[in-house]
Design a protein around this ligand. Sequence first.
Ligand code: F0G
Length: 458
Amino acid sequence: MELPWAEPYRIKMVESIARSTREQREEWIKRSKYNLFKLNSDEVFIDLLTDSGTGAMSDAQWAALMTGDESYAGSRSYRMLHKSVEEITGFPLLLPVHQGRAAENVLFSVLLKEDMVIPGNAHFDTTKGHIEMRRAHAVDCTIDEAYDIYDAHPFKGNIDLEKLERVYKEHDKERIPFCLITVTCNTSGGQPVSMENIRAVKELSDRYGVPVWFDAARYAENAYFIQQREEGYAEKSVREIVREMFSYGQGMTMSSKKDGLVNIGGFIALRDEEIYRAASNFTIIYEGYVTYGGMSGRDMAALAVGLQESAGEDYLETRIEQVRYLGEKLHEAGVPIQYPVGGHAVFVDATKFLPNVPKEEYIAQTLAIELYLEAGVRGVEIGTLLADRDPETRENRYPRLELLRLALPRRTYTNNHMDYVAAALIRVYERREEITKGYKIVYEPEILRHFSVELEKN
Ligand code: F0G
């Protein structure tokens, strides 16, 4: 008999999580105005709201934490982080910041001006927020296959080169400060970008004089997919693949809360001295001095170790396989999900799942609420609420995919938890025909409305 697969770690510390009754959950979600962000965490049994900052650190990271150097300037922990970032990414210059969106804020303060155009593969919502706040425009050039959940394309995060070239032809070079490749592409389902595509984007962008930057929050997961799926990479290590990916970019913004394997933090890593200097000023204004940028020394030390661990192949296999395990269970039961399954989350197609709820009533949010009521599992809407209103017309933007995301924190839950989540969602699926009504908005802010929107039942 072949030996079964098992996780390459054991558990040193446990954290209790609380079950609840449906009655309790009905009261809690009503009090939360049907916005899952407003729930208290102890009202959630299994929390798949995000994989961001919710993972478990290793014993080596906790040990590094104790060695943190909290000096304001020239901290040893900063130097340790710098060495780790340069070794993994190849970028020689580093600016730590407190999280990914802070990296966007600092970098875009240098590179973006009103009316500029930033092409890429489905920019993340804070990225888009930072672009639109500066009255610039994010243009989604993701391949069409990404929007067909059953298309088996192995790299549904890829950029469509024709769409990209159209952007390059339509606008003056001065108006396109960079092309942004998000690895993996969160918005299209944690879908990877192939090396071939990254290389082609780089070549095309070079021809038009446009630099390439990475939103690299999940770069290690992307590299693992390249190793597993792309011809010519099976024999390469994840570390080699990461170095090659980044060799095509001028720099990266990073949310360390994902593939940095820490609970808070971020950075900008880059090659260009001039941009580094300009960004240093914004770092000092918005974040903190350049050798800490909003992070404590101990957090930088833990991140330095986390970056090394997340390039580990055993770790990545465990991580990606768990996401696939949940995805396959749902897929086998007929639940419509973005397929093949991405790196950090399973994305459920809410429009196909709940055919009787009108799109004006926020289908994916309705499904997220149903799953919470069913079993205390918290997912997140990646649909019309998240897509926000058009900044000019103020009309709802209906995205091409209306999704419920079940994001898996790293090294946190077991496959028993995955069985529970799958069973809960399948139970909702079995009574999908009865769900005919969604929600209406009673309050929303100007931008990034999904965090604070308040809803009422229709
Ligand atoms: N870029 C991507 C691709 C992201 O997924 C995120 C965050 C950010 C940038 C911003 O980073 O949160 O550290 O400020 N994504 C989280 C999520 C919030 O749940 O997907 P941050």
